[in-house]
Design a protein around this ligand. Structure first.
Ligand SMILES: NC(=O)C1=CN([C@@H]2O[C@H](COP(=O)(O)OP(=O)(O)OC[C@H]3O[C@@H](n4cnc5c(N)ncnc54)[C@H](OP(=O)(O)O)[C@@H]3O)[C@@H](O)[C@H]2O)C=CC1
Ligand SMILES: O=C(O)C1=N[C@H](C(=O)O)C[C@H](O)C1
Length: 269
């Protein structure tokens, strides 16, 4: 049985992860972590599902990692980096689903992954992992005369924009087109913007209600458009992917992996 620690256990993804761990006989909940000031501290991690697990929610990271196999993190960048340092010190692998990292914070993840295995992906669903490959293929075919725009929609509670997935899709399109996303991205438009620069990749963000996560990559040419869309209807898809990543880590050495590695799609990318 793989012993899993869930960070951010009282969050939206924390709930989805706990449910998926309880449903998988190959996994056992080793510890559940939350903020020191969370009202969940000291309560049974199964309380919100009407079950008794014997695992009390804690903020003691070092104690939570004792004897653990993997930590799964869907929190905020500053919390993820604290968990990462503790995982590095304890020699425990980590699945990072959190989004919104700066370039420097991403470098810190790569540095820690010299010592421990890390799966780091802004979207753990099978569908988005496939979408990344489809976008790369489409961008190669539609390299000339097609404008690339990325549209994403999420629930009203999301704090980062554009979504990590939208940025990853933008990187996939940019690399297939031989561009650098940092210098060609346009994040929203307002006022007299002038005509569209053909070399840019545009991003548009929608926030509202309970949208789990929609992403469209639009290739707009003259006389036609190609739209590649993924819509998540349940967080279970992300949780199942993250737990698949946790099992993958148990078989791998140090390094940074993504969901293409976990799903064995790397060669096809
Ligand atoms: N890779 C993927 O497939 C997916 C990634 N995500 C990403 O996962 C992250 C979490 O999303 P979601 O579950 O909706 O967010 P929530 O806000 O619902 O949950 C975040 C959890 O992290 C905790 N947390 C926040 N800040 C800290 C901190 N400084 N120290 C310790 N714990 C902290 C929160 O505690 P508290 O409530 O007390 O603040 C909460 O338990 C986001 O970055 C999101 O973009 C989401 C879905 C899929
Ligand atoms: O915050 C969310 O909810 C999600 N965040 C991820 C992202 O930023 O890409 C993935 C998913 O779309 C849900």
């Amino acid at each position: 049985m793989l012993k899993v620690v869930i960070a951010g256990s009282s969050g939206r993804m924390g709930h989805a992860l706990l449910e998926s761990v309880f449903a998988d006989p190959a996994l056992t909940l080793h510890a559940a972590l939350d903020r020191a000031d969370s009202q969940q501290i000291g309560r049974d991690a199964g309380d919100q599902f009407g079950r008794r697990t014997g695992v009390l929610v804690t903020h003691d990271i070092a104690a939570a990692l004792e004897g653990a196999d993997v930590l799964v993190d869907f929190t905020r960048p500053e919390a993820s980096l604290q968990y990462l340092e503790a995982c590095r010190a304890a020699g425990v692998g980590m699945v990072i689903g959190t989004t919104g990292f700066t370039a420097e914070q991403k470098q810190a993840i790569h540095a820690a992954a010299r010592a421990i295995p890390v799966v780091f992906a802004p979207n753990m669903s099978v569908g988005v992992t496939l979408l990344i490959s489809l976008v790369q293929s489409a961008a190669r075919v539609l390299a000339d005369g097609y404008d690339v725009e990325i549209i994403e929609a999420h629930h009203r509670h999301k704090v980062d924009a554009p979504s990590g997935t939208a940025l990853r899709l933008g990187e996939a399109a940019a690399s297939a087109l031989g561009r650098d996303l940092a210098s060609c991205a346009v994040y929203g438009r307002e006022g007299v913007t002038g005509e569209r620069d053909a070399n840019t990749i545009g991003f548009a963000t929608v926030r509202g209600g309970d949208v789990v996560g929609d992403h469209t990559v639009l290739f707009a040419g003259v006389g036609e458009r190609v739209e590649l869309t993924h819509k998540a209807s349940s967080r279970a898809t992300f949780a199942l992917g993250a737990l698949r990543a946790a099992k993958f880590l148990a078989q791998h050495q140090s390094g940074v992996y993504d969901m293409q590695d976990v799903l064995g799609l790397r060669a096809a990318a």
